[in-house]
Design a protein around this ligand. Structure first.
Ligand SMILES: [Fe+2]
Ligand SMILES: [Fe+2]
Length: 231
């Protein structure tokens, strides 16, 4: 059960119970770190991999937006008094979803189609967050994450239509298996605390199930490819 509390500003946050403050910090720091790391390992390198001026322009736009997401979440963390070291990927280990070594353009297209959809689900959960500054960040970020996922889907479809479906399939085979872990452990105590305080709405398992259903539809119905079975 979530409480009906509403916290409107970072100044008001300082007055809240420690458990609430720590939970908000964890969410903000996690977004700040992962947006930065994703931009560094995927989006910025993708500019070089993009095959045409048009796709380079799109890749630049995506890299710009992902760095901006980091800047926004870090801005909120600064306002909350979180130390900058906590948002440095060198100090906080980024999620496994970013552990993939990007080498080709089809891989980047698959990452955007699948991982940014996972990110949409995470941001969606912030839209009704009891801490309003986080809710507002979710609302600003959402259209851009939707654009990234749509870009990934459209680019994968273009590759498939150009006879490069095998490369898309190969990237899915190697990338998809590391994505379900993005939603965290089942029965996570962090998630329980987030829901208790109305910071998040869904369990990790509910989000993962939603993700699996959507990715199955994307890969099998939209792409006409096969989703690898998970072990
Ligand atoms: Fe992002
Ligand atoms: Fe994104």
């Amino acid at each position: 059960m979530s409480t009906a509390m509403e916290v409107k500003t970072s100044a008001d946050l300082a007055q809240q119970p420690e458990e609430y403050r720590k939970a908000v910090e964890k969410i903000v720091v996690s977004h700040a770190v992962n947006e930065l790391y994703g931009a560094q390992v995927f989006d910025e390198p993708a500019i070089k991999l993009a095959p045409t001026p048009y796709t380079k322009w799109l890749a630049c736009r995506i890299a710009m937006e992902e760095y901006h997401h980091h800047v926004r979440f870090k801005g909120l963390a600064d306002e909350m008094g979180v130390s900058p070291e906590r948002m440095d990927p060198r100090n906080k280990k980024p999620l496994s979803i970013f552990g993939f070594e990007l080498k080709t353009w089809p891989e980047f297209c698959v990452i955007k189609a699948i991982a940014d959809y996972a990110e949409i689900l995470q941001v969606e959960d912030l839209l009704h967050c009891s801490f309003h500054p986080l809710r507002n960040l979710g609302r600003i970020t959402m259209p851009e994450e939707k654009f990234h996922a749509k870009f990934g889907k459209d680019m994968c479809l273009e590759l498939i239509q150009a006879g490069r479906g095998a490369e898309v399939q190969d990237a899915i085979n190697r990338y998809f298996p590391i994505t379900p872990a993005f939603f965290g452990a089942a029965n996570s105590t962090n998630n329980e605390t987030y829901r208790k305080w109305g910071l998040k709405q869904r369990t990790n398992e509910e989000m993962r199930a939603d993700f699996m259903q959507r990715v199955t539809e994307l890969v099998e119905k939209d792409f006409g490819l096969t989703l690898p079975t998970l072990h």
